[in-house]
Design a protein around this ligand. Structure first.
Ligand SMILES: Nc1ncnc2c1ncn2[C@@H]1O[C@H](COP(=O)(O)OP(=O)(O)OP(=O)(O)O)[C@@H](O)[C@H]1O
Length: 378
């Protein structure tokens, strides 16, 4: 049984009692020109990033883009060959300086929980508190377990707990030394979907109460939207875009960033009179000089479909397939003069049939338009 943390957890997070460690103080993290290589191309290729005290930042990107390496550099598990990392103005990695992980006061939480199977839950949580006296260690660990709603499991062994509970024990273990900075690598991806949503929300509540500066690695854009104050999108060891979730949605930096947050139909075209011709009709391309080669992304949800053939000024299309997606149907459409399928999402489910003739229209400003990299104007 996996009990919700909130049911028996205190809402405040007052760690400060006489004789114990002081409450954690939020701390910023600053990275400048960071490089790391495992021998080949740079896994982290010149990253600069500033994380404010108490901020929750998601490192987002496809597998192999360098997210984990950046987290390992922050933790002190890897040493950069160039660049500087500061935690609260103290240089922990830089020219001539390298502070070992245990002296960085960072908390780590990984996907596989990494609990010791032969130790009890309480022993797992007290493990990192060896600077305290025995009775203080126990009290602090029980308090952290209480905070994640698992005091009653203190004498159990990890294998007796569900995956969600084990992850909460890992959270208790990570927060018990009151780290100034929390580093989390895909911490929820080992959990089934329902458990993941709940454990994630509860974990975030605790981290916000602690005012811990938190850096979370994920490859899941929905998770990043749910978690982050700020998203840092990475590709090939570099930052592609860094900003608030809404900016990613409304103003993605390029087509790569746009694909993370939108289901798109993609076209290429050339600007002419601040317009660009696509298989779906003319689209506004404000600010693009005549002859500029453009990449155009039209959101699948921005295509309006009319059941009437020849409705309004729309474009004729034929439904080639209908895919049921739950809250929406995905229509595969054939558009005259364009050999590839056009995809449209509609929440008016079960209204369109294979073989049906329809009319489609797009909002002129519904497209995301980017200059094609390295293309010369014609
Ligand atoms: N220990 C290692 N030895 C050699 N190359 C490595 C090592 N760890 C990572 N790499 C390489 O460095 C690059 C970045 O890997 P990294 O694990 O940081 O990416 P990631 O975005 O976290 O990917 P994933 O989500 O799959 O973990 C990849 O090309 C990877 O193959």
């Amino acid at each position: 049984m996996d009990k919700a943390i909130a049911s028996n957890a205190r809402l405040d997070f007052d760690w400060g009692e006489p004789g114990t460690q002081p409450a954690s103080v939020a701390t910023g993290v600053t990275i400048e020109g960071l490089h790391h290589s495992y021998g080949g191309d740079d896994a982290v290729g010149g990253i600069s990033l500033s994380v404010e005290p108490g901020e929750i930042v998601c490192l987002l990107g496809h597998s192999g883009c360098g997210k984990t390496t950046l987290l390992r550099l922050l933790a002190g598990i890897e040493q950069p060959y160039a660049g500087t990392i500061r935690i609260d103005e103290r240089v922990v990695a830089g020219p001539g300086t390298f502070v070992v992980p245990e002296k960085r006061e960072v908390g780590l939480m990984f996907q596989d929980f990494a609990l010791f199977p032969h130790l009890t839950v309480l022993e797992n949580v007290t493990f990192g508190l060896n600077t305290l006296k025995k009775e203080d260690r126990r009290r602090e660990a029980m308090r952290a377990l209480g905070r994640v709603g698992l005091e009653h499991t203190a004498e159990d062994h990890p294998h007796m707990l569900s995956g969600g509970m084990q992850q909460r024990v890992a959270l208790a273990r990570a927060i018990v030394p009151r780290p100034r900075v929390m580093l989390m690598d895909e911490p929820f991806s080992g959990l089934d979907r329902r458990t993941r949503d709940r454990v994630r929300d509860e974990t975030l509540t605790i981290l916000r109460e602690m005012r811990a500066t938190t850096i979370v690695v994920t490859h899941d854009p929905d998770e990043a939207l749910r978690i982050a104050d700020r998203i840092v999108l990475m590709r090939k060891g570099k930052i592609v875009q860094d900003g608030h979730a809404r900016a990613f949605y409304e103003k993605p930096a390029d087509l790569f960033a746009a694909r993370f947050f939108h289901e798109l139909n993609e076209f290429e075209g050339v600007a002419q009179g601040e317009l660009v011709a696509t298989p779906l009709g003319m689209i506004a391309a404000p600010g693009h000089a005549d002859g500029t080669h453009l990449l155009i992304g039209v959101r699948q949800s921005a295509i309006a479909i009319d059941q009437d053939e020849g409705a309004g000024n729309g474009l004729p299309a034929r439904v080639r397939a209908v895919q049921f997606l739950g809250e929406a149907d995905l229509l595969h459409l054939a558009v005259p003069g364009y050999e590839r399928p056009v995809f449209a999402r509609t929440t008016r489910t079960d209204q369109f049939k294979r073989g049906q003739s329809v009319t489609i229209a797009i909002h002129r400003d519904a497209a995301l338009i980017f200059q094609k990299p390295d293309a010369q104007p014609t």
